[in-house]
Write a protein of this length. Structure first.
Lengths: 598, 434
């Protein structure tokens, strides 16, 4: 780092502190990485998480299509998926788009009432690599088969037909859709043949093997039973109109769709014991919360009790939220939960749950105490109180510095586009938050100088992570409502790391539910390929595991879903391993030194 | 007693935060509208002139008359003219905190010295800035000693919380409900669930609706293996929660506008659902005192229902309805009175009331149906002697003196009388989210 750049960074940090962030930024760690330039070769901005959307040719702009009538679905934004859709080994981007009420699903009267007719569709960007050192994407929407009219909200990705590529489910306001991939990023809408008939407002879902038969089932999260015709005007006067409270509409049932292995599904909700789980769901995370070898589910509900669905391994679920202490927050109150991340946040080897909530509510961190009991440690962990100042949607647990612990990134934005009129100090556009972990599950906010998304307010909704530029750290993408997305290149990581691509059984693209335990530098780290999470979004399934100072992984055990555990010893750090189902290393690629990559 | 306990126990921050979430948009919107439109129109000025005029207003008179937002505006205007008046600044900050505007109170008090520490401590605590609040909370203050304990618990500083228990008990008494709940929570935080159980039970014995005790006991029982009882308590907690939340919200509305009759009546409704009957009746009575002619009938109908169904005193309910009808001749009151009379075995009285009502509202089918039922009941109760003429038709019944058999209000819409007899307020325009 040049002296001039160091000076510039110090100035930015001092400025941020002087401006008084909501929570104390952590600028004290000696291990904090140096700043990088926003665009390589440019020196006009310093950031550790520069926005490279424009340079990477990601020109997507989300539109909610609203005309001021304040239909609630307009303000919920939409998600984004990070996954390799064309099989070239590079994670691509799929932005869900809202804006258009499809005439197949809605009457002309409905469309006229809502005023939506923008003709927008989802956008698929294929990763073109980093030729010349710059990350590039190519808009491949046209002809991809994903360019269909729908009012999209959420996305789930998984190889539902077991042919080695990743298929796409789009949860919509209106009819939700399933698209099968031909392996080259071209999709066929198979909704009609798939058997999936979701409720009329589905906010997302997660593909995972619920019943242990080796294929991917789908848990779809449904929100409100809110037909266009049920629209009402809310607000204290005719001059101030707001989006209405969700209490005005009943919730809808989530569904568990059981796959026959070919991408044909039947409704397994009743057999799985799910009736009665009607809620107002906005997010689902799959994680082995009781460490019994199968994926359980946590469903974040808006203004209602959450669900913790314990899987017995055969696909039967029991809601254990109440007795586990996760249905409400630690004060016994339901919150307006928008997004969720499930991962080992305190480094003790089990899966914790982090939920982001409405403004004036803390974010909630449920620490796993074992035995499927959880304690709300939002305040003492430091990950809760800063959430009071913002309204969180997308959330990711990722090791931003590759130092061996999981940090938390939260995409924020209010749902009232006129909240400035209503609430002193509140804003519709909000800055995102990055909570840095001290390794023991205590968090401090990163300062705004880390990147534009932490200092420039937008209306954050969907959030996903992937190592887009293949340098061995996780980058981020945030879908902002009625705005351009953030594509955030991670220049903050300095530690060693190991990257694992774990293949699924019988040719399935990914091993959703696989649990990795590794020992490196005297620490044991546990990471799971956890489907779902965030808000309406899909994270790339490749595991990027920060190792800090450790240059070798002494021991790597992988618990494969339904297939026992494999073990590998003495693996080199700073490599990407492609590992077949069962544990055989298919390929090993040396990662660039991070400083060199920048 | 119950209210004050609930308001000061260890989950105060939670309640306040919940109010922030529930009410901040609504209250702020309402306040904005009030300040920009309602108050301005009351004062006969437009928004532009509001600040200037408000500055001249006696803020305390406005406050006492229930015009809280106008009072705050007036105080703000006065402070703008006298920014170095620290007594005024502190007063404004206190008034802001009185209506839950904690951020604003902190900002107002920012330049003040130690005289604002008490307020600052409470505000920081309610805003969950526990670390900052701890140094300002007074352990000798009955409310703030609980806030200190709750803050220490939230921050997982359990040893300090242990040490703070005895001083808090000296301030509040060993058997104080809120303190008992905090003792239970502290045991639970240490993982001593078996020791937490009796504390929560003791608290619930004194206040069966203490939400923190219900929640804590349910969780502690599950942790000690008493799963079914624990789940049942958590179920009860879940059932109570919306009511208690609504109660908090209604109290906040009352803080903002304490002279608005419907706010008191809403509280009465919630407290009746909570079976806090004495308090609910007081709320209804206060609402009736404050109600204008257009507001009175729905409130009285609810009050009458309490007297009839909870107090089991239909005569008192009838007297209330008749007295109210004398004040406001609303047909809903007469219909309810007739219903009550009929159900109390006074069929002839019911016939008389309904006959009078039917004369002035002959097109109201529901009244006719009630009248027919009342006649049938009257006939069954007292079979006519041979030669006795049949029960009078509506046309044959002379008008009845007010207060004994009230008639319908002139000009009321057909069907309104019977249809609105339940006495709830008309469905309003949905309010802003949270």
């Amino acid at each position: 780092m040049s002296a001039a750049r160091t000076c510039c960074l110090a100035g930015l940090l001092a400025y941020t502190a002087a401006c008084g962030d909501a929570a104390t930024p952590d600028t004290s760690s000696p291990a904090r990485p140096e700043a990088a330039t926003a665009s390589r070769g440019s020196t006009d901005a310093v950031a550790l998480l520069p926005d490279v959307a424009a340079e990477a040719h990601v020109d997507f702009v989300h539109t909610h299509g609203g005309t001021g009538a304040k239909f609630l679905f307009e303000t919920m934004g939409s998600g984004v998926a990070a996954a390799d859709f064309d099989g070239d080994g590079l994670p691509d981007l799929l932005f869900v788009q809202s804006g258009t009420l499809p005439p197949d699903d809605f009457s002309a009267a409905d469309c006229a009432l809502a005023g939506h007719a923008t003709g927008t569709t989802a956008r698929l960007y294929l990763n073109a690599g980093t030729a010349g050192g710059e990350l590039r994407f190519r808009d491949a929407t046209a002809g991809s088969g994903l360019d269909v009219a729908l009012y999209g909200q959420g996305v789930a990705v998984g190889d539902v037909d077991g042919d080695g590529d990743r298929d796409v489910y789009l949860g919509c306001y209106g009819r939700s859709h399933l698209f099968l991939n031909d392996g080259h990023g071209r999709f066929t809408d198979t909704t009609a043949q798939s058997g999936i008939v979701d409720p009329p407002w589905t906010t997302g879902g997660a593909f995972f093997d619920a019943d242990g038969d080796g294929d991917l089932d789908l848990y779809s999260v449904a929100y409100l039973d809110m037909p266009i015709a049920s629209h009402v005007v809310c607000g204290p006067s005719k001059d101030i109109r707001t989006y209405c409270h969700v209490d005005l509409w009943p919730g809808l049932d989530d569904h568990l769709w059981i796959n026959d292995g070919t991408g044909h599904f039947t409704d397994g909700s009743a057999a799985a014991g799910l009736p009665g789980t009607t809620g107002k769901g906005l997010a689902v995370a799959a994680e082995d919360l009781d460490d019994d070898g199968d994926l359980d589910l946590f469903v974040a509900n808006d203004s209602q009790a959450n669900l913790l669905l314990r899987n017995d391994g055969s696909g039967r679920f029991t809601n254990r939220a109440r007795e586990s202490g996760t249905d409400l927050n630690g004060e016994g109150r339901s919150e307006a939960c928008m997004g969720v991340a499930a991962a080992d946040l305190d480094g003790d080897g089990d899966g914790d749950i982090y939920v982001v909530n409405f403004q004036q509510e803390r974010n909630t961190l449920y620490r796993n105490e074992g035995g499927l009991f959880f304690t709300d440690v939002a305040v003492s962990s430091g990950a809760g109180v800063p959430g009071m100042q913002s309204l969180g949607f997308g959330v990711a647990a990722l090791d931003i510095e590759n130092d061996g612990d999981l940090d938390l990134y939260v995409a924020n934005g209010h749902i009232f586009d006129n909240v400035e009129e209503a609430e002193h100090g509140a804003t519709w556009k909000q800055v995102d938050q990055l909570y840095l972990n001290d390794g023991r599950g205590h968090f401090k906010l990163a300062p705004g100088s880390w990147g534009p998304s932490l200092s420039e307010p937008r209306v954050g909704r969907g959030l996903a992570t992937a190592d887009f530029d293949r340098d061995g750290d996780l980058d981020l993408v945030v879908s902002n409502s009625n705005d351009r997305p953030w594509v955030l290149r991670n220049d903050a990581a300095t530690g060693h790391r190991i990257v694992l691509r774990l293949r699924g059984p019988s040719g399935r693209a990914d091993a959703e539910g696989a649990v990795v335990r590794l020992t490196a530098g005297g620490r044991e780290l546990v990471r799971t390929i956890s489907p779902g999470g965030s808000y309406a979004s899909h994270m790339d399934t490749e595991l990027v595991i920060g190792l800090g100072d450790a240059k070798t992984v002494d021991r790597l055990s992988i618990r494969w879903p339904g297939a026992g555990t494999s073990e590998l010893l003495s693996l080199d750090a700073d490599c990407r391993y492609d590992i077949a189902f069962g544990g055989e290393i298919v390929s090993k690629t040396t990662l660039p030194a991070l400083a060199e990559a920048r | 007693m119950r209210r004050s306990e609930s308001a000061t126990h260890g989950s105060l921050a939670g309640s306040a935060r919940h109010l922030l979430r529930l009410g901040v948009a609504l209250a702020s919107l309402a306040a904005a509208v009030a300040s920009q439109a309602g108050v301005a129109s009351q004062a006969g000025v437009g928004p532009a002139g509001l600040a200037q005029d408000a500055g001249k207003t006696d803020a305390e008179a406005l406050w006492d008359s229930g015009q809280r937002q106008a009072a705050l505006s007036a105080l703000e205007a006065q402070l703008a003219l006298n920014p170095t008046d620290n007594a005024l600044r502190l007063h404004l900050a206190q008034r802001q905190s009185d209506v839950g505007r904690w951020e604003a109170a902190l900002a107002t008090a920012a330049s003040l010295g130690p005289q604002a520490d008490h307020l600052r401590g409470t505000a920081l605590y309610i805003l969950t800035r526990f670390d900052e609040s701890l140094g300002l909370l007074d352990p000798a203050d009955p409310g703030q000693c609980l806030m200190r304990l709750d803050s220490l618990l939230a921050l997982d500083r359990l040893d300090e919380a242990d040490a703070a228990l005895a001083p808090a008990a000296a301030v509040r008494g060993q058997d104080d409900v809120a303190l008992t709940v905090l003792r239970g929570r502290l045991h639970a935080a240490h993982g001593r669930f078996a020791e937490a159980v009796p504390e929560f039970r003791a608290a619930l014995a004194r206040d069966p609706c203490d939400r923190a005790a219900l929640f804590g006991l349910g969780q502690a029982l599950i942790r000690t293996g008493e799963r079914s009882e624990g789940l049942a308590l958590l179920e009860r907690h879940r059932a109570l929660l919306p009511l208690l939340d609504r109660h908090d919200f209604a109290l906040q509305a009352l803080d903002l506008d304490p002279l608005h009759a419907d706010h008191h009546a809403q509280l009465g409704d919630i407290e009746r659902e909570l079976q806090w009957i004495d308090s609910a009746e007081q709320r209804y009575r206060r609402a009736e005192d404050l109600a204008g002619p257009d507001e009175l009938a729905p409130i009285v109908l609810r009050h009458a229902r309490l007297l009839d169904e909870d107090r089991h005193t239909p005569e008192a309910a009838l007297a209330l309805l008749d007295a109210a009808f004398a004040r406001v001749p609303d047909p809903r009151l007469a219909v309810r009175a007739a219903d009550l009379a009929l159900r109390s075995g006074r069929a002839a009285d019911a016939v008389q009331r309904l006959t009078a009502l039917a004369r002035s509202r002959p097109e109201d089918g529901q009244i006719q149906q009630r009248l027919a039922a009342a006649r049938a009941a009257a006939a069954a109760a007292a079979p006519p002697e041979p030669g006795t003429p049949p029960a009078p038709t509506p046309d044959a019944v002379p008008g009845t003196a007010p207060g004994t058999a009230p008639g319908a209000a002139p000009g009321a819409a057909p069907g309104a009388a019977a249809g609105a007899a339940e006495g709830t307020t008309p469905a309003g325009v949905p309010r802003g989210r949270r």
